[in-house]
Design a binder for this molecule. Structure first.
Ligand code: PEP
Ligand code: MG
Length: 298
């Protein structure tokens, strides 16, 4: 694997008025890592794991999960690698896992499906607990709606950690955070004190705020028109997270689009996970603006 050097900038950049911003990478497929220079990023801000699952058997293949998480941690070096647990259902379906109804955006997807099929969550949790020994691992939970879901997943990690320990295997409890993509959670972040960190998933947050499906072209204009509502929810969420002293960032596609960057920075966001091929563009956008969202002043 490519090893970052100690001197790398590591995705740490500044606005024109000197406010520090961190840019980390979004990873959809571990094979992409070979082509991406870790020196340009503050680690991995979102590693989707759905690619791991081309069949139900893969979803339960703990060793396959483990090898890929180790590889991601090696790539990230000292920086964090944040791996998201399986977000199946919605736009990412898998025949053979979950009921037909689970394919709805409003149904059994993300952590709902993981808790309904805990053997799925347990296999992934074991791989994450073992991999966490080897780097700076964070775990993101998709589609969290109420604090009880977070507690239930934490209990799974605790139990699996104990069981692995009894088998003589080394484990470490990773930081466990949540996606902020369901409005009922986004507005109530102060209730999620057991989340170690937060990350806005604006692809879903926008579709739920607008009641306009993200994959339905016939309502795409309404989806886009919800943008001011998304900004307002983000600003409120950032304030709640700061009051709790918890890190908060964004990993939705908005963060990879220069048109949204001024409003997102003005809303208080300082950590952005971006598509790797967008990092230069986003970096120069940030360098040319002030932290209030206005242009560089001479
Ligand atoms: C999001 O919802 O913004 C997100 C980052 O996750 P996904 O697109 O995988 O649902
Ligand atoms: Mg999402």
């Amino acid at each position: 694997a490519v090893r970052p050097t100690a001197s790398r900038a590591g995705g740490a950049i500044q606005t024109a008025d000197g406010v520090a911003i961190r840019l980390s990478a979004i990873m959809n497929d571990p094979r992409d890592l070979e082509a991406i220079d870790p020196a340009s990023f503050a680690g991995i801000g979102l590693m989707r794991t759905e690619f791991l699952v081309t069949s139900p058997a893969d979803a339960f293949d703990e060793e396959k999960h483990y090898d890929i998480y180790r590889h991601a941690l090696d790539w990230a070096g000292e920086s964090p690698a944040i791996v998201r647990m399986l977000d199946l259902g919605g736009d990412k379906t898998l025949p053979g896992l979950g009921a037909r109804r689970s394919e709805s955006f409003m149904g059994l997807r993300g952590i709902r499906l993981l808790l309904a099929r805990p053997e799925l969550a347990r296999a992934q949790a074991r791989a994450l607990l073992r991999a966490a020994v080897h780097g700076n691992l964070g775990v993101l939970l998709p589609m969290v709606t109420v604090p009880g879901e977070l507690d239930a997943m934490r209990a799974i990690f605790e139990e699996e950690s104990t069981a692995l320990g009894k088998r003589g295997l080394q484990t470490r409890m990773p930081e466990i955070g949540m996606m902020v993509e369901v409005p009922a959670a986004a507005l109530m972040l102060d209730r999620f004190s057991r989340s170690d960190f937060f990350s806005f998933g604006t692809n879903d947050l926008a579709q739920y705020l607008a009641a306009a499906a993200r994959d339905d072209q016939s309502v795409a204009a309404l989806y886009d028109a919800a943008t001011p509502a998304v900004y307002r929810v983000i600003a409120q969420g950032v304030a709640l997270a700061e009051a709790m002293n918890k890190p908060i960032g964004i990993c939705g596609e908005m963060a990879s689009d220069p048109r949204h960057i001024p409003a997102l920075i003005a809303a208080g966001l300082r950590q952005f996970s971006v598509a790797p091929n967008r990092v230069a563009d986003i970096g120069s956008t940030i360098g040319g603006m002030c932290s209030d969202g206005g242009p560089r002043r001479r």
